[in-house]
Design a protein around this ligand. Sequence first.
Ligand SMILES: [Cu+2]
Length: 381
Amino acid sequence: MDEKQHKLSRRRLIAGGATAGVALPLVHQFVPHNGAHRALEGAEAATDHSEHGAAQALHGGGNAGPTFRMGATVDHGANGFNPTEILRDFDWGKTTRLASGRVLREWTLVAGDREIEVAPGVKYPAWTYNGRVPGPTLRCREGELLRIRFVNASEHPHTIHFHGLHPAEMDGVPGMGAGLVPSGGETTYSFDAEPFGVHLYHCHAGPLAEHIARGLYGAFIVDPKQGRADADEQVMVMNGFNTNFDAEGNQVYAVNTVAFHYVNEPIAVERATPVRIYLVNVLEYDPINSFHIHANFFDYYPTGTRLEPSEFTDTVVQGQAQRGILELEFPYDGDYMFHAHKTEFAELGWMGLFRVGGDNLQDASKKAAYCDVAELEERPA
Ligand SMILES: [Cu+2]
C-alpha cells in the first residue's frame, strides 16, 4: 500500500471513534506492519508534553510516538468502570456460615450489552458481566461452598463457565445442567472452591470466540486455606478488541481493557514492598500473549496452584486461559514499564508503568540533572 493510504488507515484507527458507536472499519493487516508510526495526533501530543517525562516519552509506537493519542483518555464515567480501580478490586461476595460450620460465599453476576470506550475515541459494543470488562474479580478461600446466581439481561443467550473442580452440571456449557441461559433467564451455579490458585470464568455460548472476545470473562481467585503473605495485590486480565469483527487478531490490546491506561495513570507502588500480580490471559484471536517487566525480575507461580515458584524471570508467555501469580519488589524509585513482549501488542495498547516511590522522578529538574551531559568537564582519553 502507498504511504498515503497507510496513513489514512492509521488515522481512522486513531480518530475513528469520533464517528462513535460503530466498529472501526479498518483492515487488520494495516496495523501490525505499521512500524514507523507517523506524526499523527498522538505523536504531536507526546512532543507537546515531553517535559512531563517518562510516561509520555517512553510510549510505544516507534520513533515518532504512540499509536493512540497521548494525553487523551477514555471516559471512565461513561464506561462505568476504571482500570485503576479494577486493578485492586477483589469481590469477596457475601458470606454466611452454614450449620456445618462451613462458609457459603455468594455473588450475583448480570450479563448485559454495553458500549465501552477501549482506547481514546474507540468505542466497542461489548457484552459484560456486571457492566464491566473484565467482569468482577471473584475471590474466595479454598474449601468454601460457592454459589453464583447468574442473571442474563443481555439480548443474547450466555452462560458462565468456571475453571476449577466441579460436577458436569455446574460447568456452564450448552447442553449440560442449566445449559444456555436465554435472554431474560437466570440460573445458579454452585460448587466447592478448589483448587487454590488464580483461575478465570467466561461465557461458553457459541460462537465461543465471539462470546469471549466481546468481554464476558473475569478472574477467579481461590486463596489457599492458610492465605498468602501480605502484599500489594493486583489483578491484570490481558485482553484485546477485534474492533473490525473479522476474527483475525485484534486492533486494540490492553490489560484490564483500556489501551495504555496504566501509561496515562501509572500504577503507584512502594519501594521494597511485596507486590503480587494475578495475571490472566483471555486474549481471543491471537495464539499467545506475554508479560514483561523492565529493570526487575519476579517469582512466577503458574496457575498459582503451588506455593513454590517455578521460575525467576522477567518475561512470561501465556496462551488463552493460562494464568499465574507474579511476586516481586521494586528496589529503586522511578517509573518502570511493563508490557507484552509481543511488541505489536505493546504498540497497540498493552503497555503500562509502575511508579515506584511517588512522583519525584517526574520532577523536570531532576531529570535534567542526569540527562544533560553538556556541562561535563573534558578530560584526556
Ligand atoms: Cu455469551
